[in-house]
Design a protein around this ligand. Structure first.
Ligand SMILES: Cc1ncc(COP(=O)(O)O)c(C=O)c1O
Length: 389
């Protein structure tokens, strides 16, 4: 079918993008190509590398099936698939920043991104500076002649501040810098970074695209201007992914739209209900009108996913741990985007700007595909335990 038709619905696009079944005897799903070596017909072809596939690290039909499907969602010129969501952050940063460059990173960034910047990038001579997620066009004041990349993540990890991406992109581009965005929370279904001025869109495909907590993968999608350099960086680093993992993510993509709708509905239902519960001071979910960035979220996003945080009404680590230990359905484990609900304690000790002022400890909830009433009963157990601790 014509997957380039911009009018087709998102679930149709998810079901049919990537591979063409006619390319492989009509089988609906593409084959999983396990490959390092690719044979050439003769020495001349070998010398000129004049064939589509040249070596396993540089691309395979399986990788293409996924990356073309992601391009269809992102509207990108090209996509690479790397072994984890964290690699989807580090590979483009390593590709686009050099010694002596100034890199701006949002302060509410996923902690391992900060760790990479503060350790490896600083060691390699990159000047790293964090900015307030609510800075908007004010980012122009922080941009220096050597600023090459502005790294955004919106909503921010754990506290869900929404950034004014178009304003940030405008200021960055005026100064000749490019914009990267970790868009894992919304996926390109609910926010399309490239349509809002972002040059490089990052997804931890481990989360919603894979959807089953059993695969690690990341995708990085670039606009026309950045694609060649991104692909060269990918090949230079040899950071390719295993074909079985790539296949699993393509499989997950087919159902991502319907899964996300369910995550969205359940998470919103639970978030609204939580706002009424004694023991909860605040619910940090940008799709709630009470969220300080709700208007911005409504302007730019067309949906919300299933992970948000709550602030307990007073107390400290004792109450936070009592809440978590009382849960029977929510698992205590990192990551999100899978079919099962998870809860984690939130640590904001690494923040330098977006520290916030919260009435009590924070807990992040990933709302899975279970029945909402069961999840509410589980949360009620947690709130009761926290109140009694
Ligand atoms: C916002 C965000 N980006 C990137 C990642 C990294 O993904 P992965 O676990 O696949 O390395 C995570 C993981 O939790 C995340 O929350």
């Amino acid at each position: 079918m014509a997957t380039d038709d911009s009018k087709i619905g998102i679930n149709t696009r998810l079901a049919h993008s990537g591979n063409n079944p006619r390319d492989y005897f009509g089988f609906v799903n593409p084959p999983v190509v396990h490959a390092s070596t690719v044979l050439y017909p003769d020495a001349a072809a070998m010398a000129s590398r004049s064939q589509k596939y040249t070596y396993g690290t540089r691309g395979t039909p399986t990788m293409d099936a996924l990356t073309l499907a992601v391009d269809a969602l992102e509207g990108s010129a090209g996509t690479i698939a790397v072994p984890s969501g964290l690699a989807a952050v580090t590979v483009p940063l390593l590709t686009f920043v050099s010694a002596g460059d100034h890199l701006l990173i949002v302060d509410s960034v996923y902690h391992p991104t900060r760790n990479f910047a503060d350790t490896m990038l600083k060691r390699l001579g990159v000047e790293v500076e964090y900015y307030d997620p609510r800075i908007g066009a004010g980012i122009a004041r922080l941009i220096k002649p050597n600023t090459t990349v502005v790294f955004t993540e919106s909503p921010g990890s754990n506290t869900y501040e929404v950034q004014d991406i178009p304003a940030i992109a405008k200021a960055a581009h005026a100064a000749g810098a490019i914009v990267m965005m970790d868009n894992t929370w919304a996926t390109p279904l609910y926010f399309k970074p490239l349509d809002h001025g972002v040059d490089i869109s990052i997804q931890a495909a481990t989360k919603y695209p894979a959807g089953h907590s059993d695969v690690l993968l990341g995708t990085v999608s670039a606009n026309e201007a950045c694609w060649k350099k991104l692909y060269e960086g990918f090949c230079t680093l040899g950071c390719c992914s295993g074909p079985d993992d790539v296949y699993q993510v393509l499989r997950g993509l087919r159902t991502m739209g319907v899964r996300l709708e369910h995550h969205q509905k359940s998470a919103l239902d639970i978030a609204r209900w939580l706002e009424e519960q004694p023991g909860v001071a605040e619910v940090l979910h940008p799709a709630l009108p009470s969220h300080p960035d709700h208007t911005l979220w409504k302007r730019d996003f067309c949906g919300s996913s299933g992970v948000f945080s709550i602030v307990l009404n007073g107390g400290g680590q004792k109450q936070q741990h009592a809440f978590l230990d009382a849960l029977k359905i929510f698992g205590l484990g990192y990551s999100w985007g899978g079919y099962e609900s998870l809860a984690v304690p939130v640590f904001l000790g690494d923040r330098t700007i977006a520290k916030g002022s919260y009435a009590g400890p924070l807990i992040r909830l990933q709302i899975g595909l279970e029945d909402v009433e069961d999840l509410k009963a589980d949360i009620q157990r947690g709130l009761k335990a926290a109140a009694e601790a």
